[in-house]
Design a protein around this ligand. Structure first.
Ligand SMILES: *Cc1c(COP(=O)(O)O)cnc(C)c1O
Length: 357
């Protein structure tokens, strides 16, 4: 990124987030940004009518009442416990802005979603990256009574590993003066949600997204569930930045999709089956693979570097994600697509391995 003489000095050293590649042709099997290989449910398509298009002349509901009530019902909370955002990235951004400062630094795992560090830098928040154990699991003792706000993705990305709800309870119990944000972007694929704990802990913020399990990455929809206090603070930030943060089309998509539980359950089942197939086949070919409970697998092979795997797969028309960062440089993260996508992936990987052996 370039820095002009006009940019505020406070952003001079900012290292922005690097999104996964989004090629605008469809020539790749795209397994690099954890999107769903399946379209949203029919009800979503039916909801986007001519009337809705005509109504685009009107501003959307800044309070997002329709979708908040559907989400509240589904998760057994009140609408006042629900916050809707433009992708869950926006909730994360607002939460860092609202709750973190010099007196409330933030901690998160050294290997996790890259945006946490970007937001900490953007808002000038002191932060500490807690090293995961060598097997990439979270050491809960790093976070108990840590005197800082805590951000943990569960399941974590890009490892796919989970932390149990009882460990989250320990963190909440010992950090009552700090916010504990649990990013559940991938929880629908096999993790254990801690959303029930919002009834017990007013310092818990659970963050979710429509982008992964609900096939709506392009609609940009995320939400948070938490105490009325925390949701109120997020609203203070939202109404001070962009009150109309969700467009009308996304609002109806969000409301309709939430009602189509059976459709998404079926697709999630297909994706988790394809994940287990992929893990098994990768192991047969000599890969080490983490025990991912997300819609991606995280794998490495002794005979070939992560970078080489990434490049060789790209040559064969398959996009995966490689992170050029310490501790995980040997790995690639592969999103789980359809079963057929994963058969193509395994075939391509086996050809690549044959060529190096
Ligand atoms: C994908 C992802 C998000 C952001 O998703 P949005 O598309 O902004 O809703 C947040 N956290 C994690 C861990 C993710 O992987």
């Amino acid at each position: 990124m370039t820095v002009s003489e006009f940019l505020s000095k406070k952003f001079e050293k900012l290292a922005p987030y690097t999104p996964g590649e989004q090629p605008q042709d469809k020539s790749y099997i795209k397994l690099n940004t954890n999107e769903s290989p399946y379209p949203p449910s029919e009800a979503v398509a039916r909801a986007v009518t001519k009337t809705e298009i005509d109504d685009l002349r009107l501003y959307p509901d800044p309070e997002c009442r329709g979708v908040r009530s559907v989400i509240a019902e589904k998760y057994g909370v009140e609408p006042k416990n629900v916050f809707i955002s433009n992708g869950s990235d926006e909730t994360l951004s607002f939460a860092f802005m609202a709750f973190c400062d010099e007196e409330h630094p933030v901690v998160f795992p050294d290997i996790s979603y890259g945006f946490y560090e970007v937001y900490a830098q953007l808002y000038g928040i002191p932060y500490k990256k807690m090293p995961l154990k060598t097997d990439f699991s979270v050491d809960v003792n790093d976070y108990t009574a840590c005197g800082a706000n805590v951000v943990i993705a569960n399941p974590n990305a890009p490892t796919g590993l989970c932390i149990c709800v009882e460990d989250i309870r320990k963190i909440l119990e010992t950090n009552k003066n700090n916010v504990v944000l649990i990013d559940e972007a991938y929880v629908d694929f096999g993790g254990e949600s801690c959303v029930e704990l919002v009834h017990e802990y007013d310092n818990l913020l659970v963050v979710r997204t429509y982008s992964k399990s609900m096939s709506l990455a392009g609609a940009r929809l995320g939400f948070a569930i938490g105490s009325e206090k925390l949701i109120g603070d997020l609203n203070t930030i939202k109404f001070s930045t962009n009150p109309y943060n969700i467009n009308r089309i996304s609002l109806i998509a969000a409301e309709c999709a939430m009602k189509d539980e059976d459709y998404y359950k079926d697709k999630i089942g297909k994706i988790t089956n394809a994940r287990e197939y992929t893990i098994q086949e990768l192991k047969k070919s000599g890969f080490s693979v983490t025990d991912s409970k997300a819609n991606f697998v995280f794998a490495k092979h002794d005979k070939i570097s992560g970078e080489k795997i990434y490049n060789s797969l790209k040559d064969k028309g398959i996009l995966v994600r490689w992170f050029n960062s310490d501790r995980i440089r040997d790995y690639v993260r592969i999103s789980v697509g359809t079963h057929e996508n994963m058969e193509c992936l395994i075939k391509a990987l086996n050809e690549i391995l044959e060529a190096v052996e």
